[in-house]
Write a protein that binds this ligand. Structure first.
Ligand code: NAP
Length: 509
């Protein structure tokens, strides 16, 4: 058994960022547990052809680890993966990390004031857990009749089989989301025939992607402030979109025009143009970016199939109209278990209920997207209502890291052993979140999306400007929490409440 002060689950952007902050705070008694073999999380796992980020890298990177050598405006997966591993190496984090360590249970032991963490490589105990498992870590397979019996090659976009040669083959792609629209143009170049199964058309806008010129690269490296200014410019332009998404979907009307122009530019056939034109408002689902998706659908070797899938047979896919299309391989690009992540079942709180069970009755929610009543000494990274569709999630992660660092300072100052958010505070905070979401395009835009949980509440997204989130996470508001000191550890209730701290906050954007 290994005992540490803090256990970080996951070595992606969240876990790595947390580890760096712990070291900066002089904390060395921690471990990072990850089922993989190197840093990167979703950017390690998603190696499909065409994988790239929709947020320019000068913003999609840590503010405390700028990289002046990004080769282009929107980096591709290998470059982002390299960046993450370089940052880890510079901060000397390898020795803190346990690879090939799959976490199977995280159980709070009230008597000991510890989390008991079971893994594929033994047990760990920690006073504090930072869960950086990420919302995009568990591939979601479609529940299609017969899919297990398909005799050809089949894999999920996040588990790409690079050993299988798709050259010249008959291939089906199920899904037309963010991953699929990057995969499809790459496959269209090399497969014999490609069937694209679209359930819902997405708005796809032009992607302003280009390599940086030598002059720009020189300036990023040598002109003080140039990279910071570029980052600030990208941030500001993306925040404007958030106003439209949350408060005034009408503001996004020009995006619809751009989307329609993108379709017209890429597709010549009128029927095909109509088939890929969404019937819901721009922004209701994630806005996608591509210059190559529509031209790929326009290729002679590519077919868009819009009839619903009836079943998968041993040799291919049959649609509701009775047409059977045989294929050699199926690429499943159907997304991730976001609101029903298996990780929620593994975390068991003070009452013996899992996070999944608690959220089944209350709906998915947390205080400031980070702490949950009943789950002491636990920080969720990219927790409920912190997700974004328009800008860099790293900005939200860094906001949470500020909150974490401030807590660690207070923890030391007041000798806190146990911290648990008050249920009334968590409740009021989430009433505010849901109120702010009412006028959002995610609510009013006329689409179904995984942004919503089983109660129909949008539980994944942050409503409003991200600087509001930065503001409410700048200080750890102890008044929102029940705490007990190290001396009182073991007491179930607040033994040593700490007073005279900032008042609790609700959200207004
Ligand atoms: P996704 O956005 O959830 O898209 C899944 C696609 O599969 C949708 O088109 C969905 O159709 C379809 N689908 C799901 N179940 C199906 C079924 N049973 N039958 C037929 N079609 C089905 O997943 P993703 O594309 O992997 O992207 C997930 C998230 O990853 C993104 O939102 C984004 O946050 C991130 N991501 C980002 C980038 C980037 O930065 N460029 C790239 C990839 C991923 P419906 O729309 O009808 O549900």
């Amino acid at each position: 058994m290994n005992v540490v002060k803090i256990a970080i689950i996951g070595a992606g952007f969240s876990g790595l960022g947390a580890a760096i902050k712990l070291r900066q705070e002089g904390i060395d008694d921690f471990v990072i547990l990850d089922r993989g073999q190197n840093f990167g999380g979703t950017w390690r796992d998603n190696t499909y052809p065409g994988a790239a980020c929709d947020v320019p890298s000068h913003l999609y990177s840590y503010s405390f680890a700028p990289n002046p050598t990004w080769s282009r405006s929107f980096s591709e997966q290998p470059e982002i993966h390299r960046y993450i591993n370089n940052v880890a190496a510079k901060n000397d984090l390898e020795s803190y990390t346990r690879w090939n360590t799959e976490v199977t249970g995280i159980v709070w032991n009230e008597a000991d004031g510890q989390w008991v963490i079971t893994t594929s490589a033994g047990e760990y105990r920690a006073n504090f857990v930072i869960a950086g498992v990420g919302p995009l870590c568990e591939p979601k397979l479609p529940d299609l009749k017969g899919i297990d019996d398909f005799a050809g090659e089949i894999f999920h976009s996040a588990r790409w089989n690079h050993d299988y040669n798709l050259e010249g083959k008959r291939v089906a792609v199920i899904g037309t989301g963010a991953s699929a629209i990057q995969i499809i143009p790459e496959l269209a170049k090399k497969v014999g025939r490609l069937d694209v199964y679209q359930r819902t058309a997405a708005w796809v806008l032009p992607r302003l992607d280009r390599p940086y010129s030598n002059t720009e690269s020189w300036a990023f490296k040598n002109i003080p402030g140039f990279q910071t200014a570029a980052r600030a410019g990208i941030y500001a332009s993306r925040e404007l979109v958030s106003f439209g998404l949350t408060h005034a979907p009408g503001v996004l009307a020009p995006a619809k025009v751009l989307g329609k122009q993108n379709i017209a530019r890429g597709i010549s056939d009128r029927k095909l143009r109509a088939a890929v034109t969404p019937k819901w408002k721009v922004g209701c689902k994630r806005i996608l970016l591509s210059n190559t998706y529509y031209p790929a659908l326009n290729q002679a070797n590519v077919d868009l199939v819009t009839d619903p899938i009836k079943e998968v047979t041993t040799t291919g896919i049959v649609t509701a109209d009775g047409v059977a299309r045989d294929v050699d391989a199926i690429v499943v690009a159907t997304g991730f278990h976001v609101t029903d992540s298996p990780a929620f079942e593994h975390i068991i709180g003070k009452d013996g209920s899992s996070l999944a069970q608690v959220w089944e009755s209350t709906g998915i929610n947390a205080y400031k997207g980070t702490t949950v009543h009943g789950f002491p000494n636990l920080f969720l990274m990219v927790g409920p209502a912190t997700g974004l569709g328009h800008t860099s999630i790293i900005y939200m992660i860094e906001s949470q890291l500020n909150y974490l660092v401030d807590y660690l300072k207070l923890q030391r100052k007041y000798d806190i052993a146990r911290v648990e958010v008050r249920s009334d505070v968590q409740h009021d905070y989430n009433v505010g979140i849901q109120k702010n979401l009412k006028s959002s395009v995610w609510e009013t835009g006329g689409c179904a999306s995984w942004y919503k949980d089983v109660f129909g509440n949008i539980t994944t997204l942050w409503p409003g400007f991200t600087f509001r989130y930065r503001h409410i996470t700048r200080k750890f508001d102890l008044a929102a929490y029940d705490t007990s000191s190290a001396a009182a550890t073991g007491a179930r209730t607040s033994a040593a409440p700490v007073t005279s701290h900032p008042a609790t906050e609700t959200v207004t954007s």
